[in-house]
Design a protein around this ligand. Structure first.
Ligand code: 5GP
Ligand code: ZN
Length: 137
């Protein structure tokens, strides 16, 4: 628990939230400023700043829970699709620096924009990048 962290307080129930699910490791809440109707956040109760800090066991449990919540959202909301978004760092759009997963239900003409511009690539450049990441694993 980090004293000055909003999501530590929400996850541990010290600040109230619209909770759709809770267990000993996670709280799932409705986003207070939703991208679309039913936008949920999965928040670990333990504090991790971002994905780089997350341990493998929590990550595994988290994604298992995400599948369960996604199915429940599909059934309850009747959404036509769903995006999973997870921001790390200010440049990537992170505004709350306690790891969380966004589950964003998608509806026809909902106005959500998650698109990027695809760029051309060169084989030599892809190979250099592939090798660098592979080496770092
Ligand atoms: P980020 O930009 O860090 O990926 O996402 C933070 C999300 O948390 C935003 O979508 C924002 O609307 C949501 N949020 C921020 N403060 C609160 C809060 O006090 N309660 C709830 N339910 N959501 C919050
Ligand atoms: Zn926290």
């Amino acid at each position: 628990m980090k004293d000055d962290c909003l999501f530590c307080k929400i996850a541990r129930g010290k600040i109230s939230s619209a909770t759709v699910y809770e267990d000993s490791h996670f709280r799932v809440i409705l986003d207070v400023n939703p991208a679309t109707k039913g936008h949920c956040l999965i928040i670990p109760k333990e504090h991790f700043d971002n994905i780089y800090d997350l341990d493998a066991e929590t990550a595994g449990k988290l994604f298992s829970l995400a599948t369960c919540i996604a199915r429940a959202m599909r059934d309850a909301l009747g959404c036509e699709g769903l995006n999973i978004v997870q921001n790390n760092g200010e440049i990537a759009g992170q505004t709350v620096f306690h790891f969380h997963l966004h589950l964003i239900p998608r509806y026809k003409d909902d106005g959500v924009q998650l698109a990027w511009t695809p760029h051309e690539s060169e084989e030599a450049q892809l190979e250099e990048i592939r090798a660098a990441i592979r080496k770092a694993i």
